[in-house]
Every structure is written in structure tokens, then in C-alpha cells.
Design a protein. Sequence first.
Length: 225
Amino acid sequence: MTPTPTATLVARDWAEIQERMLVPLYEAVYDRLEVGPGDRLLGLDCGSGLALLLAAGRGAAATGVEADPARRALARERLLEVVPAPPVGARPYDVLLAFAPSAAALDAALPAVRRGGAVVLADWGPAERCTVPAVLGGGPAPRDLDAAVARAGLTPDGSGRVFCPFGYADVDSAVRGLLSTGLYESSSDPAQVEKELTEALHPYERPDGAVWLPNIFRYVIARVP
């Protein structure tokens, strides 16, 4: 499938503006798991692949799963191995990054992880510590990560919280970055959504025009029994 021009632009906004906001989360997880040479990592919904690049920089062999063809194309431009669906058959992976998957997506990916391998889930932290969900008009409710671990039959193995501020050069960049997250895909009036988001961001503008949105993310680590 060839990405539409609009999908390609949104994917590039994700890759060039938004994706880097989650680097503190990626690095915290990799530090916790001591990801390095010899590890094989599978990134579910990997977007344009920044998390994979960071893992590869530590010496791990990283593969991504991304259904969106525009984001998958950008990841491949970075010379990453990215496939449209989780591999089936063997269990070659030591780590599965599945930060905010649906139950079905997680179930489909788990067979690719070896027994004893790590599965990482993450989502927004406490509402009072997250600016972005408030700016997004309430945003989606954070997933119950511990319940997701239990439902998938995984064994809990720790958790943590990471400060992930979303910082943008200006309001336009903030709007483009936030829209690239896909949280507004169900809206029937994109222009109205953009207008409302622009207005909601004004209280977070700094004197130099930059936008600063502090957030806390929570992650959990579980093991495949």
C-alpha cells in the first residue's frame, strides 16, 4: 500500500517533531533492562523507529512492527528492519516493547518472545502530573498496566516513572506534533480540532514562543512465563 500525501506528512511530523519526546522513557527502560550486545528486541507499533535506533546504538538487534505504511517507510529509510505484523513461529526475542498496545496486538506479539523474556508496557502517569492529556481535552484514560499484565498471563517484574516533557519551538510545531500522535483521528472536523488545540496551548507558551508541556509516564516490566 502506498501512503497518501496526508499520511506521509503526518508521519514526518511524528518522526521530526514528536517521537523524540519519548526518548527519556526509552532510555530509562533500556537502562533498567541493561539492553546491549546480544539482545534481540521487538518494538510493537514502532512508528518511524527511534526506539529501535536507540536500542541498536547499544548493540542490540532491533526489529520493529508497524502497521502504518507511511511510518514504516520512514523507519526503513533509517535502514531499520520493520515489518507490518509480528513474526510467528519461533521465540527469538528477548525484549518486547509494547508501550500502549491493544489487548489483541499484545496477544499477537507475545508468541515471538522467548520464555523469561521481558515485556514492557507504558502509558501516561497520574493525571495531575501530565499536562498533555489535559490539553487534549481530557485525552484517553491511562490504561491499567498491571491489569494488562495479569490479563496477558505475564509475571510482574518491576515498574517505574519517567519525566517526559514535551517541548516545542512554537505553537505551530506543538500542534503538528500532537496531531501526529493519532489521538484526533476520529474527529470529523480537523480544522476545528487544530483551532481548539492551538487555543488550549496558549497558556503553556513561554515568553520566547516555545511551548513546554511536562508529563510523567509510567512503565511496567513483565516476564513471559
